[in-house]
Design a protein around this ligand. Structure first.
Ligand code: ADP
Ligand code: 5GP
Length: 195
């Protein structure tokens, strides 16, 4: 996509990792202490979890709405994940970057690969759980997924890990405070070292 790649604009930070690894938790903590960072709010066809707000956590679309969005080029990237569609609206990303803000995208590995093709200067960060058993524990502790969806997400985790080498950084989310420190340090270091 034209207009999104450029030196003078804000950087793109992409955070991926299996469902339940702690992406949302870490990003929320990071945003409470770093300025000049905007979050790309994705659209999805999955149903909202309890407590999720339309327009804040996601834009919740019907499949028809989403497919219509694909047709009119509304998405910077999109992918199918565990039976649902997820996509990043292009408009918000372009506007934030043109305003000089860095944009953080929390997207799956397929989306991250698309972003890398479209914006090679994007910083790709992969969040890894300390173990698969701990990932399963966190997914269950969150109490948002049915057993079938938990199994789907654990299977997806193995697929996702096969992309790990394509990321600029791999960060293990074991101790939350340490992971938050490291994620903050990556963003600060990459900001100083503009490509
Ligand atoms: P994701 O956004 O990657 O799907 P969440 O941020 O929803 O994951 O986190 C999944 C669950 O794991 C939540 O209940 C969260 O509180 C918990 N969690 C996140 N990071 C850690 C951590 N470092 N140690 C223990 N539990 C964590
Ligand atoms: P969840 O249903 O747990 O919120 O998200 C499932 C997966 O979809 C996660 O890996 C999440 O990062 C990814 N995801 C969320 N938004 C997007 C998006 O806009 N594009 C892509 N490609 N993946 C997304």
């Amino acid at each position: 996509m034209k207009g999104i790649v450029g030196n003078e604009m804000g950087r793109l930070f992409v955070v991926s990792g299996p469902s339940g690894v702690g992406k949302g938790t870490l990003i929320k903590r990071l945003f409470s202490r770093l300025e000049g960072l905007a979050l790309s709010v994705s659209a999805t066809t999955r149903s909202p979890r309890p407590g999720e707000i339309d327009g804040v956590n996601y834009h919740f679309y019907s499949r028809e709405q989403f497919e219509e969005g694909i047709e009119r080029g509304y998405f910077f990237e999109y992918a199918a994940y565990n039976g649902n569609l997820y996509g990043s609206p292009a408009e918000g990303i372009v506007q934030q970057r043109e305003a000089g803000h860095d944009v953080m995208m929390e997207i799956d590995v397929q989306g991250a690969m698309h972003v890398h093709e479209l914006a090679p200067d994007a910083v790709l960060i992969y969040l890894k759980p300390p173990s698969l058993a701990e990932l399963e524990r966190r997914l269950r502790a969150r109490r948002t997924e049915s057993e079938e969806r938990i199994q789907g997400r654990l299977a997806a985790a193995l697929f996702e890990e096969s992309f790990l080498a394509r990321y600029n950084y791999v960060l293990v989310n074991d101790d939350l405070t340490i992971a938050e420190e490291i994620l903050g340090a990556i963003v600060k270091a990459e900001r100083k070292h503009k490509k």
